[in-house]
Design a protein around this ligand. Sequence first.
Ligand SMILES: [Fe+2]
Length: 345
Amino acid sequence: MDDLVKAGGGGEWSRRRFLLQTAKFSALAFLGSPLALAELSVPATLPDPKSNHILMLGDWGTVTEPGQQIAVANAMKRWVSENSIRPDALLMLGDNFYGEMPDGVNSRRWITQFEQMYPSTLFPGPAYAVLGNHDYETFRGNKVEAELAYAKQSSRWTMPRRSYSVKLPNENPLLTLICLDSNIPGSKGYDLWPWSFVLTRQQHDEQQQWLEAELAKPRTTAFLAVAAHHPLYSNGQHCDNPKLIAQWDSLLRRHNVDLYLSGHDHDLQHLEFKGHPTSFVISGGGGAELVGWTTQPQERGPWGLRALGFTDLQISKEEVLVRHIGKDATVLYEFKKPVNIMERS
Ligand SMILES: [Fe+2]
């Protein structure tokens, strides 16, 4: 069983479902650890359709487990439909396409695994995308070029460069989102899959300079998040990434980045470190085969679950509410990140 509570069938939030979820969060309080700014084990709350929502998922473009991608996509559809949510954006956290894609930008996979899978009728906003290690696989066809090219002809798929930043929502933005390419030279992915390309040294250096300049800009939104495929810290199969920690952790600390959003490990996680301003969120349950733990979430958490699913960032002026949601469209776990008063714009 890969989710904690079987809260019954679909339809509207019932009192029974709400109570079940509240009990679940009470139980999760025992998994907690000392935190900086994030507030754990908040009672299960109803999604607020008036707030801004970004739905994010990683590791979704599988060819070997198509039913699992469909299951998560269906859960996303149920989540927004049942809760009257009109998402502002999707955030595709990399490993967007596993395996071969010889027709590149003209591949049918764009239709079947993106356009129809996450239909614009329910997800009308931009789909901000970052590149994962599997996007760099050197099979027939260059998938990185295909993903950059598709962004030029799509009204939703958004990847103007390998790294870029956006402010959301368009009017009165609340969140600055910096999207990065974490396929850095010498990264773990390269060690494990030497047939994969990574950023060249020059691309890497340019990205690092650009990132430092972006972070140094005066903050104009209540919240600041960095998104990339690889986690810095993870209890999952790939564990911590010393190269990325050396590269980016001090920047996250220095600039009080609120959230670091990633995929790569095929599970759902929330990690906190005492005194660290950043909450680390992994959402890698978009469809690919689930994998095990290298560190138990009870040992270093506060939370992790080996489960298919996606993550909803509900954003208001006061807080970001992060909800991990399973393939049955119920909330598995949530925490809130209050606005950092010192950084309030
Ligand atoms: Fe990956």
